[in-house]
Design a protein around this ligand. Sequence first.
Ligand SMILES: Nc1nc2c(ncn2[C@@H]2O[C@H](COP(=O)(O)OP(=O)(O)OP(=O)(O)O)[C@@H](O)[C@H]2O)c(=O)[nH]1
Length: 347
Amino acid sequence: MTSMDRNVGTHDRPQFWRVAQRCCLIAASVDIAFFAIFLVLDSPILAWVNVISVAMYGFAHFAYGRRLNWLAGWLVWTEVLLHAALGIILIGWDSGFHYYLLMFIPALAVTMTVQLAVIALILLWLYYVGLYAIALYYPPIQPITEPALIGVNLFNLTIVFSMFSYLGFFYVRTVSSAHRKLNRLASTDALTLLHNRRHLTELAETEITRAERYHKPLTLLLIDIDHFKLINDIFGHVKGDEVLQHLAQLIRLELRQHDLIGRWGGEEFLVVLPETDINTGEQVAERIRVAISRYDWSQNLKKDLAVTLSVGLSQLGENETLTRLINRADKALYASKSAGRNRVTAL
Ligand SMILES: Nc1nc2c(ncn2[C@@H]2O[C@H](COP(=O)(O)OP(=O)(O)OP(=O)(O)O)[C@@H](O)[C@H]2O)c(=O)[nH]1
C-alpha cells in the first residue's frame, strides 16, 4: 500500500475508520471471552493466543485513534489471518474461525484502490482455500469434544453475523447521509443558503400546478438590490457577499413558513407567495422593502451602508407558465428601477 493509498482512507473515509476502531473493541471483547472458553475446554495454547490477540486489538485501537490506519490495518490483518490458521490447525475447520476472514471482503473494498483490492481478495481466497485444504488432509492437533466444537462454531458464527450486520447498517447509513448531503448541495445556494435557481424553479412549478388545481391565487416577487455594484466597489467583494447573506436572512424573516425564496441570480432573489393575491403580495413586498431600507447595517457589518431594494411583482394568470409569470415580474422590476429604485411595482 503506498502512502497515498493510506491517506485516501485517512482523509476520505473517517467514518469507516471509526467503525474499524470500534470493531477492534468488539474483537478484543470476543477474544477475552475465548480466553475463558479455551481455559475451560483445556486448550491452553488457544487460550493464550487470545491474550496476544487482545493485545494486538488494543494496539490497533490505539493506532486508529492516532490516525495510523495502515499500522492498525496490518495488526488486524495479521491477527485475523494467524488466529484463523491456528484455530483451524489446532481444533479443526468446524471451529468456524475461517468465518472471520470473510469480514475482509467489504473492508478491502473500502480501504484500497480497486487494483490492490482485487489482488488482496485473490490472496485472501487462496489463503482461505489453503486452510480448507490443510483441514481436509490433516486432523486437528488439539481436538475438543463434538459439543464444544459446535458451541465454538455457533459462537463464531454469531459474532461474524453481528459484525456483518453492523457493517451493513453502517454502509446504509453512510450512503443515505451522503445522498442527503448531495441533495442539499444540489438544491442550495452556497452563499446565501437559500434555494438555488434550479431547485426554486422546481418548487415554483409545483406551486403553480397546485394553485391552478385548487383555483388559488399565487404571486411572485422579483427582488433586486439597488446599485449593488457600487457596494462591491466601495466596500469590496467580501463585504458584498456578507450583505447578500444577511439580506437573504432579513427577507426570509418577512415571509411565512410556506413561502418560497431563492437566489435567482447574482443580486436578485425570487419569492413565491402561494395563496396570495397581488394586493397582499404588494403589502409583503413593501414590508420587505421598508425592512431593508431601515435596517442598520453598522450593527453586523460595521459599515455605514444604505441598502435598498427594487421589487417587481405579478400574480399568476389563467394557464400562465412560470416563464411568462417571471417575465412579467421582471418587467415590473425594470419599471421600479426606471422610476428611481427603492420601490415596488406590480404588473
Ligand atoms: N459580492 C458579490 N457581488 C456579486 C455577486 N453576484 C453578483 N454580484 C455583483 O452584483 C453587481 C450587479 O451589478 P449591476 O447588474 O450593474 O446592478 P446594480 O449595480 O445592482 O445596479 P442596479 O441593479 O441597476 O440598481 C455586479 O457588480 C456583480 O459583480 C456575488 O455573489 N457576490
